[in-house]
Each structure stands twice: as structure tokens, then as C-alpha cells.
Design a protein. Sequence first.
Length: 103
Amino acid sequence: MKMTLSALAAAMVMTVTSMPADAQVNHRQWRQDQRIERGYSNGRLTPREARRLDAQQRRIDRYEYRSRRDRGGLSRYERARIDRKQDRASRNIWRKKHNYRGY
């Protein structure tokens, strides 16, 4: 059982690391959007919290779009900045989903 789980974990790590960095950014953005949607639909997020989290995601999207447009891709510095923004957004999603203000 342990061998199976470790093999599965290794396969997942290889899959994520083999993805191009741009695809990782987009996939992470998609996952965070799904977390917001699930939180709103199950009542853990109020409508106002969901709107604010969505607005934060849109700001990250706009920054990514502008960065790609400038040079035709993302530099490692821009990618690192997007990662930090997504880390902050992920923390905000978790905090809002666990503040017990939902319905």
C-alpha cells in the first residue's frame, strides 16, 4: 500500500513538473476558481466574499495577460510574481472559507 501511494505521488509530481510553466499558472488559476465556486455553492462563502475573491483572480489574470503581451511570454520574475499573487489568493480563499460567515 505504501509503495502504491509513493508511486502515485511520484507520478503526480512528475506530471506537474513536466507541465510547461505557463500551463501550471493557468491550471492553478483554474483550481482556485473552482475552490471559490465550490465555497459559494456549498454556503461557506457569502456572495460578497465570493465576488471579492473573483475580483482578486481577475486582477491576477490581467497581470498575467499584460505580462505575456509585453514580451510574448512570462519571464521567471513575472512568473514568480504571479506565484506570489496566487499564494496570497489561495490563503485568502482558505481564510474566507473557514471564517464561518457563510450561510
